[in-house]
Design a protein around this ligand. Structure first.
Ligand code: GLT
Ligand code: MN
Ligand code: MN
Length: 389
């Protein structure tokens, strides 16, 4: 039984170097944990049972490293991967920490900054490809403003498009075969960030030169910061064939970015999310973009990482129970049953159908009078999650 909750490679659980590597600094306080090397972090992830490790360029190679330092770092990292069997499914670029990005990267008003950002991403793509990454994430934490007096947001979007079109060409030119995954966030660190939600990203992708190459990396906490339903964002991305990656974590609604252990706060949202991913057969990484509470030491970091995976697997098992629960399933069948008495009224538009539908008389009161039993179903979900079914 307990084996159900043991992470295995087929679960595709991944962590960023920056997640287990977080030293717990926040805007009000200094680091509370020592900084570990990428090699140490790979070994910690292997110890807790993760499948893969992701990184920003500078999580692995310091921004001022010389070419030979870079190559040595990559060699050491590759050795750690070989020793542990961990893989690198995703890579990304840090376009937010260095002061040069204080007014954005792709959307900066300064053309030198925009070009430097392109250079940094191309080098990051080279690094990721060298280590086997197939997904490349773009999180534009600095792509926004504090004051709209400083730039026209429409120009910001245009600059984002120019940058992504350029980088898609680089991807093709190098034959890397990356799938780009755009990650939205409503605010923080900027006052407002452009393209603030997964839905906004999906609209933007359709305007790119290579829309097929580009999808999304929705993050649970980011949609929750905006008070949105994360599952709905994920479902829209999935339905559009755009769910290239996912950042799992948790936090309370409408607050600053908390990046907590997956499932620590919103059980029901986490449950329906896991159920969705498992039901549709999403086969990408389950990436935990979170970090341990600031109260923790290294043991606590391991508890955090193990907890993310364990909670995912608990919800996966709960989803299986939901799908097998006869009472739940028969009620679902009843409330989702198709009405076969509608004859020719349904189906795609034809002029005749539309004329028949316009003339049809509905018994509104009778239709509306029936209770739908959603209270009962929803309580069954609560019972299920609380272990009472
Ligand atoms: C940063 C951010 C995350 C992004 C990472 C990728 S970096 O930690 O808060 O949401 O996914 O750039
Ligand atoms: Mn976050
Ligand atoms: Mn993220």
């Amino acid at each position: 039984m307990s084996d159900l909750y043991t992470p295995k490679p087929e679960h595709k659980f991944t962590f960023g170097l920056w997640t287990v590597g977080s030293v717990g600094a926040d805007p009000f306080g200094q680091p509370v944990r020592p900084s570990l090397t990428p090699v140490q972090l790979v070994h910690i992830l292997a110890e807790v049972g993760a499948y893969g490790v992701n990184f920003h360029d500078n999580d692995l190679v310091p921004i001022d490293a010389t070419p030979s330092e870079r190559d040595q770092t990559v060699r050491d990292f590759r050795k750690a991967l070989q020793e542990t069997g961990l893989v690198v499914p995703m890579a990304t670029t840090n376009l937010f920490s260095d002061p040069i990005f204080k007014d954005g990267a792709f959307t900066s008003n300064d053309a030198r900054v925009r070009l430097y950002a392109l250079q940094k991403v191309m080098r990051g793509m080279d690094l990721g490809a060298e280590l086997g990454a197939k997904v490349y994430v773009f999180w534009g934490g600095r792509e926004g403003v504090e004051s709209d007096s400083t730039k026209n947001p429409a120009d910001g979007i245009k600059r984002m498009r120019e940058a992504l079109d350029y980088l898609c060409e680089y991807n093709l030119d190098q034959g890397y075969g990356y799938r780009f995954a755009l990650e939205a966030k409503p605010n923080e660190p900027r006052g407002d960030i452009y393209l603030p939600t997964t839905g906004a990203m999906l609209g933007f992708i359709a305007t790119l030169a290579h829309p097929d190459m580009v999808g999304v990396n929705p993050e649970m906490a980011h949609e929750h910061m905006a008070g949105l339903n994360f599952l709905h964002a994920v479902a829209q991305a999935w339905e559009a064939g755009k769910l290239f990656h996912i950042d799992l974590n948790d936090q309370n609604y409408v607050r600053f970015d908390q990046d907590w252990r997956f499932g620590t706060q919103n059980w029901k949202q986490a449950f329906f999310l896991v159920k969705f991913l498992e039901d549709v057969g999403y086969d990408g990484s389950r990436h935990f973009d979170a970090h341990a509470f600031r109260t923790e030491d290294l043991e606590g970091v391991k508890d955090f990482a193990a907890g993310c995976m364990r909670t995912y697997l608990i919800f996966k098992e709960k989803a299986r129970q939901f799908n097998q629960d006869q009472e739940i399933q028969s009620l679902l069948k009843e409330i989702q049953a198709e009405n076969t008495a509608l004859g020719d009224l349904q189906g795609p538009y034809t002029r005749e159908k539309a004329a028949a539908l316009k003339a049809f008389v509905f018994d509104r009161k009778e239709i509306a009078s029936k209770g739908l039993q959603y209270e009962r179903l929803d309580q069954w979900v609560t019972d299920l999650l609380m272990g009472l079914r």
